[in-house]
Design a protein around this ligand. Sequence first.
Ligand SMILES: NC(=O)c1ccc[n+]([C@@H]2O[C@H](COP(=O)([O-])OP(=O)(O)OC[C@H]3O[C@@H](n4cnc5c(N)ncnc54)[C@H](O)[C@@H]3O)[C@@H](O)[C@H]2O)c1
Length: 335
Amino acid sequence: MILTVNLQNTSYDIIIERGILKQADRYLNLRRRVLIVTDSGVPEEYAKTIASLSQAATIVTVEQGEESKSLATYESLLKTMLEQNFTRKDCVVAVGGGVVGDLAGFTAASYMRGVDFYNVPTTLLSQVDSSIGGKTAVNFCGIKNIVGAFYQPKCVLIDPDLLKTLPKRQLASGLAEALKMSLTFDADLFRIFEEESVEEQLDTIITKSLMIKKSVVEQDEKESGLRRVLNFGHTIGHGIESEEKLHGLYHGECVALGMIPMCSPEVKCRLIPVLEKLSLPTKVTFDPEKTLAAMLHDKKAEQNTVTVVTVGAIGSFQMQKLDKEALRCCLDILR
Ligand SMILES: NC(=O)c1ccc[n+]([C@@H]2O[C@H](COP(=O)([O-])OP(=O)(O)OC[C@H]3O[C@@H](n4cnc5c(N)ncnc54)[C@H](O)[C@@H]3O)[C@@H](O)[C@H]2O)c1
């Protein structure tokens, strides 16, 4: 299946097909210098397959983990491109999860003021969410995604077969982002989570999630309004994630927790059993004051209030301003 993300000057296709990795050159122009960025946790044959289809490939394997989304790693990628005489006509391909995608995307966005960028996401989170929409970034001074650019890929290849090697917990983390899309936009997709086997319905879940994200990005590419809905669950999620080293929780797991207090009692009653079914957390121990401080430092905070997305009925959402006291009450629900 091909979905086209329709943007003013930067439209692109998302190809969703099992086995498409081996035919990547049908959709990506690899007849040039190709910088392939991957990480040490991604099976190496994925990057090697892209390299075998390229005219002149350089594979760079960064350390797996969020720490690689740094200026130091970014600089090392730029250095490699410079040393290998990459020109504006060459390209960068990300083969990995959201970390590799955000890092490689920002490198492509800035090298010589922008070279073609292709994304081949290999985690569920990146297949349903981070690989489309053009947000690229690295972390800086302990703040997530603070240095980056909006830079759309030229094409995104989604091969659900690549998820066969993904650990179950990482898969569940990605499902949390898909669940987020269903709660805010698509009651039918939520029913799939409730009633059916997610393994059997994985392709449908990926496609439906991408259709939602595509539509949101088309309406608000640079996040001046509607796109903020994709932050559902992320205000509290990021707060908890800032203590990530303490908890060892994945991004999607933090988002799963962050969605709970933002739902009406009726929605919560249906959400909790789904989170349990997907082996996502519903409770966590944390320091509420530290988490609160992190939430108020978040870039979405205005003075002492934060605008959050809430869900009163599945498939719809509202934006709401919460003050410090209201946020504290939300956090109490999770302890
Ligand atoms: N740009 C966006 O719009 C956007 C949206 C959401 C999240 N993000 C970012 O995405 C990142 C999280 O992404 P993620 O959850 O994909 O994490 P990740 O990129 O760290 O990948 C998770 C782990 O899975 C391993 N892995 C990847 N593919 C694999 C495969 N097929 N088989 C086996 N192992 C595999 C990786 O080596 C890594 O250890 C965060 O940095 C977050 O900020 C960006």
